[in-house]
Design a protein around this ligand. Structure first.
Ligand SMILES: [Zn+2]
Length: 236
């Protein structure tokens, strides 16, 4: 009877150990970490693109102001040239050259503005695209975190049940049996007891001597495997 209870205790302890391993591994297996890394990468990407977008927009504004300044200068120059105030030929020629130079600058600036506008537009599309991906990644992370929480809750409930069962079981076991079990469990990594099947110790797969065999039929005797030292049980 006591050996039967010890066997049940060992089964229970192995289940508890197994569950604790599962609890420890739950976070690693949940994919939460990978989902976090993926989200962070997208957020970094978004932040870089956003900075570029803001810088380009600022530059664009500056270029547009520059363009306006050139236009103002040209207008003023033309008014002076054709207003009849300047009559000196050399001075007029100089003003012409200056006007041509301003026109060249304006043309170049306009080309640059168009290029930059295109790049700003592309960036804007990319930002919207990354924002969509961030939303998806966030949803995925939330989902994985929810699953992990659910799993942890379930495992902890199971663990609580097993521990309650263990407490009840331990109450029925006599101290000398329990003490022996606790010592052997340390020594044999959780497997203090071994069943005997066909005269073989299931702990180490070695035959039980005929001297020991006889004792196995005495239910209150504690019989140990001569090879591995485990407490032998012969369960019906
Ligand atoms: Zn053995």
């Amino acid at each position: 009877m006591q050996l039967q209870l010890l066997w049940e205790l060992q089964e229970l302890d192995l289940s508890i150990k197994n569950l604790q391993v599962k609890i420890e591994a739950a976070f690693g297996l949940s994919g939460v970490n990978e989902a976090k890394v993926a989200l962070e990468e997208l957020e970094d990407d978004y932040s870089k693109k956003e900075n570029q977008f803001k810088a380009d927009r600022k530059k664009l504004k500056q270029m547009e102001l520059e363009e306006q300044a050139i236009a103002d200068q040209s207008k003023e120059l033309k008014e002076n040239m054709y207003g009849g105030k300047v009559t000196n030929v050399k001075e007029l020629e100089q003003m012409h050259r200056r006007l041509d130079h301003l026109a060249d600058n304006k043309k170049l600036l306009e080309e640059n503005i168009i290029d930059l506008m295109e790049s700003v537009e592309t960036l804007e599309e990319e930002l919207a695209n990354v924002a969509d991906k961030i939303k998806q990644a966030q949803d995925e992370l939330n989902e994985k975190e929810r699953e992990l929480e659910k799993k942890k809750l379930q495992y902890n409930q199971e663990l609580g049940q097993l521990q309650a069962q263990r407490e009840e079981l331990v109450k029925k076991i006599e101290k000398k049996y329990l003490d022996k079990y606790l010592i052997l469990v340390q020594k044999h990594h959780g497997k203090a007891l071994a069943r005997v099947n066909d005269d073989i110790c299931s702990g180490c797969r070695v035959f039980i001597s005929s001297a020991l065999k006889g004792h196995l039929y005495n239910p209150s005797a504690m019989v140990y495997c001569e090879n591995c030292g485990r407490l032998l049980v012969k369960l019906e």
